[in-house]
Unconditional design. Structure first.
Length: 242
C-alpha cells in the first residue's frame, strides 16, 4: 500500500511546527514549509496567496508521485489554488477554517492590521490569541497554550504585511471548484474568524462531504484538538491509499 507524502500549509501567525502534534499522532512525517515572511522565512518579504501557491507547486514537482495536501486558514487559501493547478498530483486535499469568498469585512481587518503594526507586544498577543483559539483551549492554559503565546510574542510587527495580503485575497471559488482531488473539510465549532457555515458553503458548492466540526476548537483545530484531527486525517488518507 503506498503512503503518499503529506504537505501541510500553516495558518497566519503560525509556522510549520503547528502540525508537529498531528504528525506525531498519525505516525507520518509531514512536510510543513514556512510561508515567505513568516516563521523561519520572516526576513523575506510577505507575498500573496497566488505566489505562495507557486511555491507549493514547485515543492510538489520536486517529489515523486502524488501528495496529500493540507491547509489551515491562510494555508487553506494557498492549498485551494495549488490543488487546482496541480490536478492529479494532489491525491487528497484537506481544508480547515477557511472560506472561498474574498474578504467580506475589509474594514474590520484593516483595523486589525493597524493593531498588528503597533509595537506593543502584550496587546498584539492577546488579539492574536483570541482570534486563533477557542475558549475551551484558552481557559485551561497549559503547555501548548503557553508555547503559542510565547510564539506570538516573538512575532515582528511586519507580520501585518502577511496579514494584509491574506485579507486582500481574491475570490477563490473558481479555484476550489477546479480541485479534482477528494476534499476533506474541517471546522472549529468555536471559531470566531471563519465559521463552520463558511466550510459548509464549500461543501454545498463542490459536492464534497460536509465539514467535520471539532466542537471544542476555535480557528486552529490542528493545535487545539490534535488527536481528533489526526484520527480524521489518518482515516481520510488511508481511504485514498488503498
Amino acid at each position: 500500500m503506498p503512503r503518499y507524502p503529506v504537505i501541510a500549509l500553516h495558518s497566519l501567525f503560525f509556522d510549520g511546527s503547528m502540525f508537529d502534534d498531528v504528525a506525531a499522532l498519525t505516525g507520518r512525517p509531514i512536510i510543513a514549509p514556512d510561508h515567505r515572511g513568516q516563521g523561519s522565512r520572516r526576513d523575506e518579504a510577505a507575498v500573496g496567496v497566488d505566489t505562495l501557491a507557486d511555491d507549493v507547486c514547485a515543492l510538489v514537482e520536486d517529489l515523486e508521485g502524488p501528495v496529500h495536501l493540507v491547509g489551515s486558514s491562510m494555508g487553506a487559501y494557498v492549498a485551494m489554488v495549488a490543488a487546482a493547478r496541480l490536478g492529479e498530483r494532489v491525491r487528497t486535499c484537506t481544508l480547515s477554517a477557511a472560506t472561498a469568498d474574498a474578504e467580506q469585512r475589509p474594514e474590520v481587518f484593516a483595523a486589525l492590521v493597524a493593531e498588528l503594526r503597533d509595537p506593543g507586544p502584550a496587546a498584539r498577543v492577546d488579539l492574536i490569541t483570541r482570534t486563533m483559539f477557542g475558549a475551551a483551549f484558552l481557559e485551561p492554559g497549559g503547555d501548548r497554550y503557553r508555547r503559542w503565546r510565547e510564539h506570538f510574542a516573538r512575532l515582528d510587527p511586519a507580520v501585518a504585511d502577511a496579514a494584509e495580503l491574506v485579507f486582500a485575497r481574491r475570490s477563490l471559488w473558481e479555484d476550489v471548484r477546479a480541485v479534482t482531488a477528494p476534499l476533506l473539510l474541517l471546522a472549529g465549532g468555536l471559531d470566531r474568524a471563519k465559521s463552520p457555515a463558511d466550510m459548509q458553503r464549500i461543501s454545498d458548492e463542490v459536492g464534497c462531504p460536509p465539514p467535520l466540526v471539532f466542537s471544542n476548537s476555535g480557528h486552529t483545530p490542528f493545535v487545539e484538538q490534535p488527536r481528533e484531527v489526526a484520527e480524521a486525517l489518518a482515516s481520510f488518507w488511508t481511504t485514498y491509499e488503498e
